[in-house]
Design a protein around this ligand. Structure first.
Ligand code: NAP
Length: 254
Protein backbone atom coordinates (compact mmCIF):
# COMPACT_ATOMS: atom_id res chain seq x y z
CA UNK A 1 0.00 0.00 0.00
CA UNK A 2 3.11 2.24 -0.19
CA UNK A 3 1.65 4.02 -3.22
CA UNK A 4 -1.14 5.52 -1.06
CA UNK A 5 1.27 7.67 0.93
CA UNK A 6 0.75 11.40 0.36
CA UNK A 7 -2.71 11.04 -1.19
CA UNK A 8 -5.81 12.88 0.02
CA UNK A 9 -9.14 11.14 0.59
CA UNK A 10 -12.71 11.79 1.65
CA UNK A 11 -14.62 9.09 3.53
CA UNK A 12 -18.38 9.61 3.92
CA UNK A 13 -20.22 7.94 6.79
CA UNK A 14 -16.97 8.02 8.77
CA UNK A 15 -18.54 8.40 12.23
CA UNK A 16 -18.60 4.65 12.95
CA UNK A 17 -18.51 1.18 11.38
CA UNK A 18 -16.87 0.63 8.00
CA UNK A 19 -16.37 4.36 7.37
CA UNK A 20 -14.52 5.05 10.64
CA UNK A 21 -12.34 1.95 10.13
CA UNK A 22 -11.62 3.00 6.53
CA UNK A 23 -10.56 6.50 7.56
CA UNK A 24 -8.17 4.97 10.11
CA UNK A 25 -6.85 2.40 7.64
CA UNK A 26 -6.16 5.00 4.95
CA UNK A 27 -4.53 7.36 7.45
CA UNK A 28 -2.32 4.47 8.56
CA UNK A 29 -0.99 4.30 4.99
CA UNK A 30 -0.10 8.00 5.00
CA UNK A 31 -3.29 9.31 3.38
CA UNK A 32 -4.66 12.68 4.56
CA UNK A 33 -8.34 12.03 5.31
CA UNK A 34 -11.42 14.25 5.45
CA UNK A 35 -14.07 12.46 7.51
CA UNK A 36 -17.70 13.30 6.75
CA UNK A 37 -21.01 12.34 8.38
CA UNK A 38 -23.99 14.08 9.98
CA UNK A 39 -22.74 13.62 13.57
CA UNK A 40 -19.90 16.13 13.88
CA UNK A 41 -18.93 15.13 17.43
CA UNK A 42 -18.39 11.51 16.38
CA UNK A 43 -16.28 12.26 13.31
CA UNK A 44 -14.27 14.83 15.30
CA UNK A 45 -13.50 12.05 17.80
CA UNK A 46 -12.34 9.63 15.06
CA UNK A 47 -10.26 12.41 13.44
CA UNK A 48 -8.67 13.17 16.82
CA UNK A 49 -7.72 9.49 17.23
CA UNK A 50 -6.06 9.55 13.79
CA UNK A 51 -4.17 12.75 14.62
CA UNK A 52 -3.13 11.24 17.94
CA UNK A 53 -1.56 8.34 16.02
CA UNK A 54 0.40 10.80 13.86
CA UNK A 55 -1.97 10.88 10.88
CA UNK A 56 -3.57 13.80 9.04
CA UNK A 57 -7.33 14.10 9.47
CA UNK A 58 -10.10 16.70 9.39
CA UNK A 59 -13.79 16.32 10.12
CA UNK A 60 -16.73 18.03 8.44
CA UNK A 61 -20.47 17.70 8.99
CA UNK A 62 -22.09 16.60 5.74
CA UNK A 63 -25.45 15.12 4.84
CA UNK A 64 -24.78 13.28 1.58
CA UNK A 65 -28.43 13.57 0.56
CA UNK A 66 -27.78 17.31 0.02
CA UNK A 67 -25.69 18.17 -3.01
CA UNK A 68 -24.56 21.51 -1.54
CA UNK A 69 -23.08 19.67 1.48
CA UNK A 70 -21.21 17.23 -0.76
CA UNK A 71 -19.86 19.97 -3.03
CA UNK A 72 -18.67 21.87 0.07
CA UNK A 73 -17.00 18.66 1.32
CA UNK A 74 -15.02 18.33 -1.91
CA UNK A 75 -13.99 22.00 -1.69
CA UNK A 76 -12.92 21.51 1.94
CA UNK A 77 -10.70 18.56 0.99
CA UNK A 78 -8.93 20.62 -1.64
CA UNK A 79 -8.52 23.57 0.70
CA UNK A 80 -7.23 21.42 3.56
CA UNK A 81 -5.01 19.03 1.62
CA UNK A 82 -4.52 20.69 -1.79
CA UNK A 83 -5.95 17.75 -3.74
CA UNK A 84 -8.60 15.00 -3.83
CA UNK A 85 -7.28 11.62 -4.94
CA UNK A 86 -9.73 9.19 -3.32
CA UNK A 87 -13.44 9.35 -2.54
CA UNK A 88 -15.05 6.59 -0.49
CA UNK A 89 -18.84 6.77 -0.95
CA UNK A 90 -19.63 4.78 2.18
CA UNK A 91 -22.54 6.58 3.90
CA UNK A 92 -25.63 4.39 3.86
CA UNK A 93 -28.71 3.40 5.83
CA UNK A 94 -31.04 0.40 5.99
CA UNK A 95 -33.62 1.57 8.53
CA UNK A 96 -36.57 1.40 8.56
CA UNK A 97 -36.72 -2.27 7.56
CA UNK A 98 -40.28 -3.12 6.43
CA UNK A 99 -42.10 -5.17 3.83
CA UNK A 100 -43.45 -3.09 0.94
CA UNK A 101 -47.06 -2.99 2.16
CA UNK A 102 -45.92 -1.73 5.57
CA UNK A 103 -43.29 0.71 4.29
CA UNK A 104 -43.53 4.46 4.79
CA UNK A 105 -43.22 6.32 1.45
CA UNK A 106 -41.37 9.24 3.06
CA UNK A 107 -38.84 6.95 4.76
CA UNK A 108 -38.37 4.95 1.53
CA UNK A 109 -37.68 8.22 -0.22
CA UNK A 110 -35.07 9.22 2.39
CA UNK A 111 -33.18 5.98 1.82
CA UNK A 112 -33.08 6.74 -1.92
CA UNK A 113 -31.79 10.24 -1.09
CA UNK A 114 -28.95 8.87 1.06
CA UNK A 115 -27.97 5.52 -0.49
CA UNK A 116 -28.43 6.39 -4.16
CA UNK A 117 -28.44 10.16 -4.56
CA UNK A 118 -25.68 10.45 -1.94
CA UNK A 119 -23.41 8.37 -4.17
CA UNK A 120 -24.43 10.32 -7.27
CA UNK A 121 -23.68 13.58 -5.43
CA UNK A 122 -20.19 12.28 -4.56
CA UNK A 123 -19.49 11.27 -8.16
CA UNK A 124 -20.85 14.54 -9.52
CA UNK A 125 -18.77 16.69 -7.18
CA UNK A 126 -15.51 14.68 -7.27
CA UNK A 127 -15.18 13.64 -10.92
CA UNK A 128 -14.56 17.16 -12.35
CA UNK A 129 -11.79 17.69 -9.76
CA UNK A 130 -10.23 14.32 -10.52
CA UNK A 131 -10.43 14.96 -14.28
CA UNK A 132 -8.61 18.24 -13.75
CA UNK A 133 -5.92 16.40 -11.77
CA UNK A 134 -5.79 13.60 -14.38
CA UNK A 135 -6.43 10.80 -11.91
CA UNK A 136 -8.60 9.63 -9.02
CA UNK A 137 -10.20 6.64 -7.40
CA UNK A 138 -13.78 6.38 -6.18
CA UNK A 139 -14.96 3.38 -4.14
CA UNK A 140 -18.72 2.95 -3.80
CA UNK A 141 -19.66 0.70 -0.88
CA UNK A 142 -22.05 -1.81 -2.36
CA UNK A 143 -23.67 -4.96 -0.97
CA UNK A 144 -24.76 -8.44 -1.99
CA UNK A 145 -28.20 -6.77 -1.88
CA UNK A 146 -27.30 -5.05 -5.18
CA UNK A 147 -27.87 -8.34 -6.99
CA UNK A 148 -30.25 -10.23 -4.68
CA UNK A 149 -33.71 -9.72 -3.18
CA UNK A 150 -34.35 -9.81 0.57
CA UNK A 151 -37.67 -9.39 2.37
CA UNK A 152 -38.05 -6.05 4.11
CA UNK A 153 -35.16 -4.52 2.22
CA UNK A 154 -36.86 -3.23 -0.96
CA UNK A 155 -35.38 0.25 -0.38
CA UNK A 156 -31.91 -1.12 0.34
CA UNK A 157 -31.79 -3.70 -2.49
CA UNK A 158 -33.14 -1.17 -5.01
CA UNK A 159 -30.70 1.57 -4.04
CA UNK A 160 -27.67 -0.74 -3.92
CA UNK A 161 -28.62 -2.14 -7.37
CA UNK A 162 -28.78 1.42 -8.65
CA UNK A 163 -25.38 2.22 -7.10
CA UNK A 164 -23.87 -0.74 -8.96
CA UNK A 165 -25.32 0.77 -12.11
CA UNK A 166 -23.73 4.13 -11.23
CA UNK A 167 -20.37 2.38 -10.74
CA UNK A 168 -20.66 0.84 -14.20
CA UNK A 169 -21.80 4.08 -15.86
CA UNK A 170 -19.04 6.15 -14.23
CA UNK A 171 -16.44 3.60 -15.32
CA UNK A 172 -17.77 3.66 -18.88
CA UNK A 173 -17.69 7.46 -19.01
CA UNK A 174 -14.35 8.13 -17.28
CA UNK A 175 -12.41 4.85 -17.02
CA UNK A 176 -10.23 5.85 -19.96
CA UNK A 177 -9.49 9.29 -18.45
CA UNK A 178 -7.60 8.21 -15.34
CA UNK A 179 -10.64 7.84 -13.09
CA UNK A 180 -11.12 4.47 -11.44
CA UNK A 181 -14.61 3.79 -10.04
CA UNK A 182 -15.14 0.48 -8.27
CA UNK A 183 -17.67 -1.04 -5.87
CA UNK A 184 -16.99 -3.12 -2.77
CA UNK A 185 -19.45 -5.79 -1.66
CA UNK A 186 -18.02 -6.54 1.80
CA UNK A 187 -20.27 -9.41 2.93
CA UNK A 188 -21.77 -9.00 6.40
CA UNK A 189 -19.80 -6.70 8.68
CA UNK A 190 -20.12 -6.31 12.46
CA UNK A 191 -21.47 -2.75 12.65
CA UNK A 192 -24.47 -0.81 13.95
CA UNK A 193 -26.26 -1.73 10.69
CA UNK A 194 -26.14 -5.46 11.49
CA UNK A 195 -27.53 -4.73 14.97
CA UNK A 196 -30.53 -3.03 13.32
CA UNK A 197 -30.90 -5.94 10.88
CA UNK A 198 -30.89 -8.50 13.71
CA UNK A 199 -33.48 -6.50 15.66
CA UNK A 200 -35.85 -6.54 12.65
CA UNK A 201 -36.06 -10.36 12.62
CA UNK A 202 -37.41 -10.14 9.05
CA UNK A 203 -35.20 -12.10 6.65
CA UNK A 204 -32.42 -14.74 6.71
CA UNK A 205 -29.68 -12.12 7.24
CA UNK A 206 -31.37 -11.15 10.53
CA UNK A 207 -31.06 -14.78 11.66
CA UNK A 208 -27.27 -14.93 11.21
CA UNK A 209 -25.17 -15.47 14.28
CA UNK A 210 -23.14 -12.26 14.81
CA UNK A 211 -19.97 -14.36 14.91
CA UNK A 212 -20.14 -14.82 11.11
CA UNK A 213 -19.75 -11.09 10.43
CA UNK A 214 -16.31 -9.82 9.49
CA UNK A 215 -14.81 -6.94 11.50
CA UNK A 216 -15.07 -3.46 9.92
CA UNK A 217 -11.27 -3.39 9.78
CA UNK A 218 -11.35 -6.14 7.12
CA UNK A 219 -13.73 -4.13 4.96
CA UNK A 220 -11.47 -1.11 5.50
CA UNK A 221 -8.43 -3.10 4.40
CA UNK A 222 -10.28 -4.08 1.22
CA UNK A 223 -11.22 -0.46 0.51
CA UNK A 224 -7.60 0.64 0.85
CA UNK A 225 -6.45 -2.19 -1.40
CA UNK A 226 -9.05 -1.22 -4.03
CA UNK A 227 -7.33 2.18 -4.16
CA UNK A 228 -4.06 0.57 -5.29
CA UNK A 229 -2.90 -0.41 -8.77
CA UNK A 230 -3.08 -4.09 -7.79
CA UNK A 231 -6.89 -3.79 -7.91
CA UNK A 232 -7.08 -1.92 -11.24
CA UNK A 233 -8.65 -4.88 -13.06
CA UNK A 234 -11.82 -4.58 -10.93
CA UNK A 235 -12.73 -1.06 -12.11
CA UNK A 236 -16.38 -0.80 -13.10
CA UNK A 237 -17.40 -3.86 -11.06
CA UNK A 238 -18.41 -4.77 -7.52
CA UNK A 239 -15.46 -6.53 -5.91
CA UNK A 240 -16.78 -9.28 -3.58
CA UNK A 241 -14.98 -9.79 -0.28
CA UNK A 242 -17.19 -12.69 0.72
CA UNK A 243 -15.39 -15.22 -1.48
CA UNK A 244 -12.13 -16.90 -0.47
CA UNK A 245 -10.61 -15.62 -3.71
CA UNK A 246 -11.58 -12.04 -2.87
CA UNK A 247 -10.11 -12.25 0.62
CA UNK A 248 -6.92 -13.80 -0.73
CA UNK A 249 -6.48 -10.90 -3.16
CA UNK A 250 -6.78 -8.41 -0.32
CA UNK A 251 -4.46 -10.44 1.91
CA UNK A 252 -7.12 -11.29 4.52
CA UNK A 253 -7.71 -14.67 6.20
CA UNK A 254 -10.10 -16.97 4.28
P1 NAP B 1 -23.27 2.07 10.14
O1 NAP B 1 -22.39 1.62 11.26
O2 NAP B 1 -24.72 2.23 10.41
O3 NAP B 1 -22.65 3.46 9.61
C1 NAP B 1 -23.33 4.22 8.64
C2 NAP B 1 -22.59 5.54 8.46
O4 NAP B 1 -23.27 6.31 7.48
C3 NAP B 1 -22.54 6.36 9.74
O5 NAP B 1 -21.28 6.95 9.87
C4 NAP B 1 -23.59 7.45 9.50
O6 NAP B 1 -23.24 8.62 10.21
C5 NAP B 1 -23.45 7.63 7.98
N1 NAP B 1 -24.59 8.26 7.35
C6 NAP B 1 -25.88 7.82 7.32
N2 NAP B 1 -26.65 8.69 6.67
C7 NAP B 1 -25.83 9.71 6.26
C8 NAP B 1 -26.04 10.89 5.54
N3 NAP B 1 -27.26 11.27 5.12
N4 NAP B 1 -24.97 11.69 5.28
C9 NAP B 1 -23.74 11.35 5.73
N5 NAP B 1 -23.48 10.23 6.42
C10 NAP B 1 -24.53 9.43 6.69
O7 NAP B 1 -23.19 1.12 8.90
P2 NAP B 1 -21.99 0.34 8.18
O8 NAP B 1 -22.32 -1.08 8.28
O9 NAP B 1 -20.68 0.84 8.59
O10 NAP B 1 -22.32 0.77 6.67
C11 NAP B 1 -21.43 1.49 5.84
C12 NAP B 1 -21.73 1.14 4.40
O11 NAP B 1 -21.50 -0.26 4.20
C13 NAP B 1 -23.18 1.39 3.97
O12 NAP B 1 -23.20 1.91 2.66
C14 NAP B 1 -23.78 0.00 3.99
O13 NAP B 1 -24.88 -0.11 3.13
C15 NAP B 1 -22.61 -0.83 3.54
N6 NAP B 1 -22.68 -2.27 3.87
C16 NAP B 1 -22.71 -2.69 5.17
C17 NAP B 1 -22.78 -4.05 5.43
C18 NAP B 1 -22.82 -4.60 6.82
O14 NAP B 1 -23.00 -5.82 6.98
N7 NAP B 1 -22.62 -3.79 7.86
C19 NAP B 1 -22.81 -4.98 4.37
C20 NAP B 1 -22.76 -4.50 3.06
C21 NAP B 1 -22.69 -3.14 2.82
P3 NAP B 1 -24.29 9.72 10.70
O15 NAP B 1 -25.49 8.99 11.19
O16 NAP B 1 -23.52 10.43 11.75
O17 NAP B 1 -24.56 10.59 9.53
Amino acid sequence: MQELKGRAAIVTGASRGIGAATAQELAGHGVAVLLAARSLGEIEAVAETIRGAGGRAEAMACDVSRYADVAAMVDRCRTAFGQLDILINNAGVIDPIARLADSDPDHWDQVVDINLKGVYHGLRAAIPVMLEQGSGTIVNISSGAATSALEGWSHYCSTKAAVLSLTRCAHKEYGDQGIRVVGLSPGTVATHMQVAIKASGINPVSQLDPSVHIPPEWAARAVAWLCTEDAAEFAGTDFALKSDEGRRRVGLPT
